[in-house]
Design a protein around this ligand. Structure first.
Ligand code: G3P
Ligand code: CA
Length: 257
């Protein structure tokens, strides 16, 4: 079985950047990668954004499952071995409507952006290390003062204004577009993993930051889950603190480069 998988691998590459640079592959799609310890896995490579070579690492934020199939990345929790294995410099994020076939991800996305300042060098080279320094746990600190880093982004689809529009109007009053933020804490000292496209300026981060695990005191257990308080004022209503239906029904795909 392992021999077969090595044959399937075709390239000996640890990430999509190597698939592109060493083997000249320029098509978006599924490729086999090999970790430092020889684990072969399949994932999606974005070969077009900002020069290409982006490796899909996580689809939908969740700590429940480590391994999944890449085909299910928009309808299931997906986190591949590269999440831990790859040493990356930058991240790219695609918001893709649930159940979109792989070959349509790029076109169907409602928001795409990437970082370009090699910020992961400062945080251990991947999210596994970053969240080691900034654990996503209840009661690790206070909102704003103990939040993790906010990194400026370059939009590939959308802009600051359209980012505001995917979150609820009240959320727009307490965040700023043009960033990706990590380990944002709310008023009740509950922590979220990632604020996609925004930087928190207040403490109701549960309405625009994802990956809430652990304890959420406010309206417990309503805010516990991947999309925390995204439906606070009704499902997909885009009223008050509620995000748009499009946002609520899209997977968040995280890439490394
Ligand atoms: O996060 C919103 C919550 O803290 C207060 O909202 O309007 O339901 O009282 P509201
Ligand atoms: Ca709140």
């Amino acid at each position: 079985d392992s021999l077969l998988r090595v044959c399937l691998a075709q390239f000996n590459a640890r990430n999509c950047k190597e698939v592109k640079d060493k083997y000249g592959q320029t098509e978006n799609g599924l490729y086999y990668l090999t970790t430092a310890t020889g684990v072969v896995y399949q994932t999606f490579c974005d070969m077009t954004t900002a020069g290409g070579g982006w490796t899909l690492e996580v689809g939908n934020w969740a700590n429940r499952k480590t391994f999944g199939t890449v085909e299910a990345a928009t309808d299931d929790d997906f986190k591949n071995p590269g999440y831990y294995d790859i040493e990356a410099e930058d991240m790219s994020v695609w918001h893709v409507p649930n159940n979109t076939p792989v070959n349509h991800w790029n076109l169907a996305a409602i928001m795409r952006y990437h970082t370009d300042r090699h910020f992961l060098h400062l945080y251990g080279g991947n999210l596994y290390q970053l969240f080691h320094s900034y654990p996503v746990e209840y009661n690790v600190g206070a909102h704003l003062s103990d939040n993790g880093p906010s990194i400026p982004i370059v939009y590939d689809l959308g802009d600051k204004e359209s980012t505001k529009n995917v979150y609820g109007p009240y959320s727009g009053g307490e965040n700023e577009g043009g960033f990706i933020s990590f380990r944002a804490i709310n008023h009740e000292r509950a922590a979220t993993a990632i604020c996609s496209g925004v930087k928190p300026k207040g403490g109701n981060v549960e309405h625009y930051c994802i990956g809430g695990c652990g304890f959420f005191p406010e309206a417990n257990p309503l805010q516990c889950g991947d999309f925390t308080g995204f439906a606070w004022n009704g499902y997909g209503t885009h009223v008050g603190f509620s995000a748009s239906k499009q946002m609520l029904e899209s997977a968040v795909l995280l890439f490394y480069c």
